[in-house]
Design a protein around this ligand. Sequence first.
Ligand code: TRP
Ligand code: SF4
Length: 330
Amino acid sequence: MDKKRVLSGMRPTGKSHLGHLHGIFENWRSLQDTYECFYFAADWHALTSEYKNPEIVGENIWEMFVDMLSAGVGTGKNAGHLFIQSHVKEHAELFLLLSMITPLGWLERNPTYKELMLELKEKEIHTYGFLGYPVLQAADIVIYKAQYVPVGKDQLPHLEITREIARRFNFLYGKNVLLPPDALLTEAAALGGLDGRKMSKSYGNAIYLADSPEEIKEKISRMVTDTRRARKTDPGEPSDCNLYPFHRLYSPKALQDQIAEECRKASIGCVQCKRYLTKYLIEGIAPVQERRAYYLSHLNEVKEIVHTGTEKARQVARKTMEDVRNAIGF
Ligand code: TRP
Ligand code: SF4
Protein backbone atom coordinates (compact mmCIF):
# COMPACT_ATOMS: atom_id res chain seq x y z
CA MET A 1 0.00 0.00 0.00
CA ASP A 2 1.19 3.48 -0.77
CA LYS A 3 2.31 5.50 2.18
CA LYS A 4 0.34 8.59 3.05
CA ARG A 5 2.04 11.84 2.26
CA VAL A 6 3.36 14.49 4.57
CA LEU A 7 4.36 17.92 3.35
CA SER A 8 5.82 20.91 5.09
CA GLY A 9 7.77 24.00 4.21
CA MET A 10 9.89 26.61 5.85
CA ARG A 11 10.77 30.11 4.77
CA PRO A 12 14.52 30.45 4.34
CA THR A 13 14.93 33.67 6.29
CA GLY A 14 17.90 32.94 8.54
CA LYS A 15 20.08 30.39 10.26
CA SER A 16 18.45 27.68 12.35
CA HIS A 17 18.45 27.60 16.14
CA LEU A 18 17.67 25.01 18.78
CA GLY A 19 13.99 25.91 18.57
CA HIS A 20 13.99 24.80 14.92
CA LEU A 21 16.00 21.69 15.71
CA HIS A 22 13.81 20.39 18.53
CA GLY A 23 10.51 21.97 17.50
CA ILE A 24 10.55 21.24 13.78
CA PHE A 25 13.41 19.23 12.31
CA GLU A 26 13.30 16.34 14.80
CA ASN A 27 9.61 15.97 14.15
CA TRP A 28 10.13 16.07 10.38
CA ARG A 29 12.88 13.50 10.71
CA SER A 30 10.77 10.97 12.58
CA LEU A 31 7.80 11.38 10.25
CA GLN A 32 10.01 10.00 7.49
CA ASP A 33 9.73 6.53 9.08
CA THR A 34 5.98 6.40 8.57
CA TYR A 35 5.11 8.63 5.63
CA GLU A 36 6.35 9.68 2.25
CA CYS A 37 7.63 13.14 3.13
CA PHE A 38 8.13 16.28 1.08
CA TYR A 39 9.98 19.16 2.74
CA PHE A 40 10.71 22.36 0.94
CA ALA A 41 12.24 25.81 1.11
CA ALA A 42 9.35 28.25 0.74
CA ASP A 43 11.38 30.92 -1.04
CA TRP A 44 8.38 32.56 -2.70
CA HIS A 45 6.72 32.84 0.70
CA ALA A 46 9.89 34.41 2.08
CA LEU A 47 9.74 36.90 -0.76
CA THR A 48 6.32 38.14 0.35
CA SER A 49 8.04 39.95 3.23
CA GLU A 50 11.64 40.14 1.94
CA TYR A 51 10.95 41.40 -1.57
CA LYS A 52 13.26 44.35 -0.93
CA ASN A 53 16.16 42.04 -0.02
CA PRO A 54 15.76 39.02 -2.27
CA GLU A 55 19.45 38.15 -1.83
CA ILE A 56 18.74 37.18 1.79
CA VAL A 57 16.36 34.49 0.60
CA GLY A 58 18.76 33.06 -1.95
CA GLU A 59 21.66 32.91 0.48
CA ASN A 60 19.64 31.24 3.18
CA ILE A 61 18.26 28.40 1.09
CA TRP A 62 21.41 26.31 1.17
CA GLU A 63 22.13 27.07 4.78
CA MET A 64 18.64 25.85 5.59
CA PHE A 65 19.07 22.58 3.71
CA VAL A 66 22.44 22.04 5.40
CA ASP A 67 20.75 22.48 8.79
CA MET A 68 17.90 20.13 7.84
CA LEU A 69 20.27 17.43 6.62
CA SER A 70 22.41 17.78 9.75
CA ALA A 71 19.28 17.06 11.76
CA GLY A 72 18.53 13.95 9.69
CA VAL A 73 15.81 15.45 7.51
CA GLY A 74 16.23 14.18 3.96
CA THR A 75 18.73 11.48 4.92
CA GLY A 76 18.54 7.77 5.69
CA LYS A 77 16.63 4.83 4.28
CA ASN A 78 13.26 6.61 4.11
CA ALA A 79 14.65 10.03 3.33
CA GLY A 80 12.02 12.63 2.57
CA HIS A 81 12.23 14.59 -0.67
CA LEU A 82 13.83 18.02 -0.24
CA PHE A 83 13.05 20.67 -2.80
CA ILE A 84 12.83 24.37 -3.57
CA GLN A 85 9.36 25.81 -4.06
CA SER A 86 10.31 28.21 -6.86
CA HIS A 87 11.87 25.35 -8.83
CA VAL A 88 8.51 23.66 -9.17
CA LYS A 89 6.64 26.22 -11.27
CA GLU A 90 3.43 24.22 -11.04
CA HIS A 91 2.91 25.76 -7.57
CA ALA A 92 2.53 29.13 -9.30
CA GLU A 93 -0.01 27.86 -11.80
CA LEU A 94 -2.11 26.27 -9.12
CA PHE A 95 -1.79 29.40 -6.99
CA LEU A 96 -3.24 31.38 -9.89
CA LEU A 97 -6.14 29.00 -10.40
CA LEU A 98 -6.94 28.84 -6.70
CA SER A 99 -6.84 32.65 -6.56
CA MET A 100 -9.87 32.69 -8.86
CA ILE A 101 -12.02 30.79 -6.40
CA THR A 102 -10.80 32.19 -3.06
CA PRO A 103 -13.17 34.79 -1.58
CA LEU A 104 -11.30 37.88 -0.35
CA GLY A 105 -13.05 37.67 3.01
CA TRP A 106 -11.28 34.42 3.85
CA LEU A 107 -7.94 36.17 3.43
CA GLU A 108 -8.85 39.42 5.15
CA ARG A 109 -10.19 37.59 8.18
CA ASN A 110 -7.12 35.36 8.49
CA PRO A 111 -5.79 35.92 12.04
CA THR A 112 -2.20 35.03 11.08
CA TYR A 113 -2.38 37.75 8.45
CA LYS A 114 -3.53 40.32 10.95
CA GLU A 115 -0.82 39.37 13.43
CA LEU A 116 1.96 39.44 10.86
CA MET A 117 0.71 42.78 9.58
CA LEU A 118 1.42 44.20 13.04
CA GLU A 119 4.62 42.24 13.64
CA LEU A 120 6.21 43.10 10.29
CA LYS A 121 5.03 46.71 10.17
CA GLU A 122 8.38 48.00 8.98
CA LYS A 123 8.42 45.59 6.01
CA GLU A 124 5.59 47.30 4.14
CA ILE A 125 3.63 44.20 3.38
CA HIS A 126 0.44 45.89 2.24
CA THR A 127 0.74 43.92 -0.95
CA TYR A 128 -1.39 41.67 -3.06
CA GLY A 129 1.21 38.91 -2.71
CA PHE A 130 1.19 39.01 1.06
CA LEU A 131 -2.60 38.91 1.27
CA GLY A 132 -2.44 35.87 -1.01
CA TYR A 133 0.13 34.09 1.18
CA PRO A 134 -2.38 31.41 2.31
CA VAL A 135 -3.51 30.75 -1.26
CA LEU A 136 0.06 29.99 -2.27
CA GLN A 137 0.40 27.82 0.82
CA ALA A 138 -2.79 25.97 -0.13
CA ALA A 139 -1.33 25.33 -3.58
CA ASP A 140 1.91 24.02 -1.99
CA ILE A 141 -0.04 21.48 -0.01
CA VAL A 142 -2.80 20.23 -2.29
CA ILE A 143 -0.51 19.90 -5.29
CA TYR A 144 1.09 16.91 -3.50
CA LYS A 145 -2.23 15.53 -2.28
CA ALA A 146 -0.60 15.65 1.14
CA GLN A 147 -2.71 14.08 3.86
CA TYR A 148 -0.77 15.59 6.77
CA VAL A 149 0.98 18.88 7.30
CA PRO A 150 3.17 19.21 10.41
CA VAL A 151 2.97 22.81 11.58
CA GLY A 152 2.97 24.93 14.69
CA LYS A 153 -0.17 26.44 16.19
CA ASP A 154 0.34 29.75 14.40
CA GLN A 155 -0.20 27.99 11.07
CA LEU A 156 -3.58 26.42 11.89
CA PRO A 157 -5.57 29.23 10.25
CA HIS A 158 -3.61 28.64 7.05
CA LEU A 159 -4.41 24.95 7.18
CA GLU A 160 -8.08 25.77 7.64
CA ILE A 161 -8.04 28.07 4.62
CA THR A 162 -6.33 25.29 2.65
CA ARG A 163 -9.10 22.88 3.56
CA GLU A 164 -11.76 25.38 2.58
CA ILE A 165 -10.12 26.14 -0.74
CA ALA A 166 -9.77 22.42 -1.54
CA ARG A 167 -13.42 21.78 -0.71
CA ARG A 168 -14.54 24.76 -2.73
CA PHE A 169 -12.55 23.59 -5.73
CA ASN A 170 -14.06 20.12 -5.50
CA PHE A 171 -17.53 21.60 -5.09
CA LEU A 172 -17.22 23.98 -8.05
CA TYR A 173 -15.69 21.52 -10.47
CA GLY A 174 -17.52 18.43 -9.39
CA LYS A 175 -14.54 16.21 -8.79
CA ASN A 176 -12.65 14.93 -5.81
CA VAL A 177 -9.43 16.28 -7.20
CA LEU A 178 -7.98 18.10 -4.22
CA LEU A 179 -7.51 16.51 -0.82
CA PRO A 180 -8.25 18.70 2.22
CA PRO A 181 -5.21 18.07 4.47
CA ASP A 182 -5.03 17.58 8.23
CA ALA A 183 -2.65 19.47 10.45
CA LEU A 184 -0.19 17.48 12.52
CA LEU A 185 0.31 19.78 15.46
CA THR A 186 3.90 19.88 16.60
CA GLU A 187 3.71 18.88 20.24
CA ALA A 188 7.19 19.92 21.35
CA ALA A 189 6.78 22.78 23.78
CA ALA A 190 8.39 25.86 22.32
CA LEU A 191 11.86 26.30 23.78
CA GLY A 192 12.42 29.57 25.55
CA GLY A 193 15.25 31.78 24.41
CA LEU A 194 17.93 33.30 26.61
CA ASP A 195 15.50 35.93 27.89
CA GLY A 196 12.64 33.48 28.47
CA ARG A 197 10.55 34.58 25.50
CA LYS A 198 10.02 32.16 22.64
CA MET A 199 13.34 31.43 20.92
CA SER A 200 13.40 33.54 17.80
CA LYS A 201 15.91 35.21 15.55
CA SER A 202 14.01 38.48 15.74
CA TYR A 203 14.30 38.58 19.54
CA GLY A 204 18.07 38.02 19.42
CA ASN A 205 17.71 35.34 22.11
CA ALA A 206 18.59 32.17 20.21
CA ILE A 207 21.27 29.51 20.39
CA TYR A 208 22.17 28.59 16.82
CA LEU A 209 23.28 25.27 15.39
CA ALA A 210 26.24 27.25 14.07
CA ASP A 211 27.32 28.54 17.50
CA SER A 212 30.75 27.50 18.76
CA PRO A 213 31.14 25.89 22.20
CA GLU A 214 32.42 29.23 23.52
CA GLU A 215 29.37 31.06 22.23
CA ILE A 216 27.07 28.42 23.69
CA LYS A 217 28.79 28.70 27.06
CA GLU A 218 28.52 32.46 27.04
CA LYS A 219 24.84 32.36 26.04
CA ILE A 220 23.90 29.85 28.72
CA SER A 221 25.61 32.04 31.31
CA ARG A 222 23.26 34.87 30.31
CA MET A 223 20.09 32.78 30.41
CA VAL A 224 17.32 33.86 32.76
CA THR A 225 16.30 31.23 35.33
CA ASP A 226 13.48 30.96 37.87
CA THR A 227 13.12 34.56 39.07
CA ARG A 228 12.37 33.36 42.60
CA ARG A 229 16.03 32.46 42.97
CA ALA A 230 17.26 36.01 43.47
CA ARG A 231 19.69 34.62 46.04
CA LYS A 232 21.29 31.22 45.98
CA THR A 233 19.51 30.37 49.24
CA ASP A 234 16.06 30.97 47.70
CA PRO A 235 14.48 27.69 46.58
CA GLY A 236 13.34 27.46 42.95
CA GLU A 237 10.96 25.43 40.83
CA PRO A 238 12.40 23.76 37.72
CA SER A 239 9.03 23.75 35.97
CA ASP A 240 9.11 27.56 36.13
CA CYS A 241 12.69 27.73 34.95
CA ASN A 242 13.61 28.58 31.41
CA LEU A 243 16.77 26.49 31.64
CA TYR A 244 15.24 23.24 32.78
CA PRO A 245 13.66 22.21 29.45
CA PHE A 246 17.18 22.21 28.04
CA HIS A 247 18.28 19.81 30.76
CA ARG A 248 15.39 17.58 29.76
CA LEU A 249 16.68 17.51 26.21
CA TYR A 250 20.38 17.17 26.90
CA SER A 251 21.25 15.99 30.41
CA PRO A 252 21.20 12.39 31.70
CA LYS A 253 17.95 11.51 33.45
CA ALA A 254 19.63 11.00 36.83
CA LEU A 255 21.12 14.49 36.67
CA GLN A 256 17.75 15.97 35.69
CA ASP A 257 16.17 14.46 38.79
CA GLN A 258 19.03 15.52 41.01
CA ILE A 259 18.86 19.11 39.76
CA ALA A 260 15.10 19.30 40.22
CA GLU A 261 15.40 18.10 43.79
CA GLU A 262 18.35 20.29 44.72
CA CYS A 263 16.82 23.35 43.03
CA ARG A 264 13.71 22.99 45.20
CA LYS A 265 15.92 22.72 48.30
CA ALA A 266 18.21 25.51 47.20
CA SER A 267 21.16 23.19 47.53
CA ILE A 268 22.34 23.82 44.01
CA GLY A 269 22.92 27.27 42.58
CA CYS A 270 21.98 28.38 39.08
CA VAL A 271 25.62 28.90 38.22
CA GLN A 272 26.44 25.26 38.92
CA CYS A 273 23.26 24.16 37.16
CA LYS A 274 24.33 26.11 34.08
CA ARG A 275 27.76 24.49 34.18
CA TYR A 276 26.16 21.08 33.88
CA LEU A 277 23.93 22.20 31.06
CA THR A 278 26.83 23.78 29.20
CA LYS A 279 28.72 20.49 29.26
CA TYR A 280 25.83 18.30 28.13
CA LEU A 281 24.42 20.69 25.58
CA ILE A 282 27.78 21.16 23.89
CA GLU A 283 28.32 17.39 23.88
CA GLY A 284 24.80 16.65 22.71
CA ILE A 285 24.81 19.08 19.85
CA ALA A 286 28.26 18.07 18.63
CA PRO A 287 27.12 15.29 16.27
CA VAL A 288 24.68 17.68 14.59
CA GLN A 289 27.44 20.25 14.28
CA GLU A 290 29.83 17.70 12.84
CA ARG A 291 27.31 16.75 10.17
CA ARG A 292 26.74 20.43 9.56
CA ALA A 293 30.43 21.00 8.96
CA TYR A 294 30.44 18.01 6.63
CA TYR A 295 27.55 19.26 4.49
CA LEU A 296 28.91 22.79 4.43
CA SER A 297 32.13 21.50 2.94
CA HIS A 298 30.23 19.16 0.57
CA LEU A 299 27.65 21.58 -0.80
CA ASN A 300 27.60 19.70 -4.09
CA GLU A 301 26.18 16.73 -2.26
CA VAL A 302 23.49 18.95 -0.74
CA LYS A 303 22.64 20.36 -4.15
CA GLU A 304 22.44 16.87 -5.61
CA ILE A 305 20.00 15.77 -2.90
CA VAL A 306 17.82 18.83 -3.47
CA HIS A 307 18.03 18.41 -7.22
CA THR A 308 16.76 14.82 -6.98
CA GLY A 309 14.04 15.85 -4.54
CA THR A 310 12.93 18.65 -6.82
CA GLU A 311 12.63 16.24 -9.75
CA LYS A 312 10.47 13.97 -7.66
CA ALA A 313 8.29 16.85 -6.47
CA ARG A 314 7.85 18.08 -10.03
CA GLN A 315 6.65 14.65 -11.15
CA VAL A 316 3.91 14.61 -8.53
CA ALA A 317 2.98 18.25 -9.09
CA ARG A 318 2.67 17.77 -12.87
CA LYS A 319 0.33 14.86 -12.40
CA THR A 320 -1.94 16.83 -10.05
CA MET A 321 -1.99 19.77 -12.44
CA GLU A 322 -3.28 17.51 -15.21
CA ASP A 323 -6.16 16.48 -12.95
CA VAL A 324 -6.78 20.10 -12.00
CA ARG A 325 -6.86 21.36 -15.59
CA ASN A 326 -9.10 18.48 -16.61
CA ALA A 327 -11.50 19.18 -13.77
CA ILE A 328 -11.84 22.84 -14.77
CA GLY A 329 -12.10 21.78 -18.41
CA PHE A 330 -8.93 23.40 -19.74
N1 TRP B 1 3.80 29.48 6.20
C1 TRP B 1 4.74 28.49 6.68
C2 TRP B 1 5.56 29.09 7.83
O1 TRP B 1 5.74 30.28 7.87
C3 TRP B 1 5.68 28.02 5.59
C4 TRP B 1 4.94 27.29 4.52
C5 TRP B 1 4.76 27.70 3.23
C6 TRP B 1 4.31 26.03 4.65
N2 TRP B 1 4.06 26.75 2.53
C7 TRP B 1 3.76 25.71 3.38
C8 TRP B 1 4.16 25.13 5.73
C9 TRP B 1 3.06 24.54 3.17
C10 TRP B 1 3.44 23.97 5.50
C11 TRP B 1 2.90 23.66 4.24
O2 TRP B 1 6.00 28.37 8.66
FE1 SF4 C 1 16.77 26.75 36.94
FE2 SF4 C 1 18.79 25.17 37.59
FE3 SF4 C 1 18.54 27.59 38.73
FE4 SF4 C 1 16.83 25.65 39.34
S1 SF4 C 1 19.02 25.67 39.74
S2 SF4 C 1 16.31 27.78 38.86
S3 SF4 C 1 16.64 24.55 37.40
S4 SF4 C 1 18.93 27.17 36.58
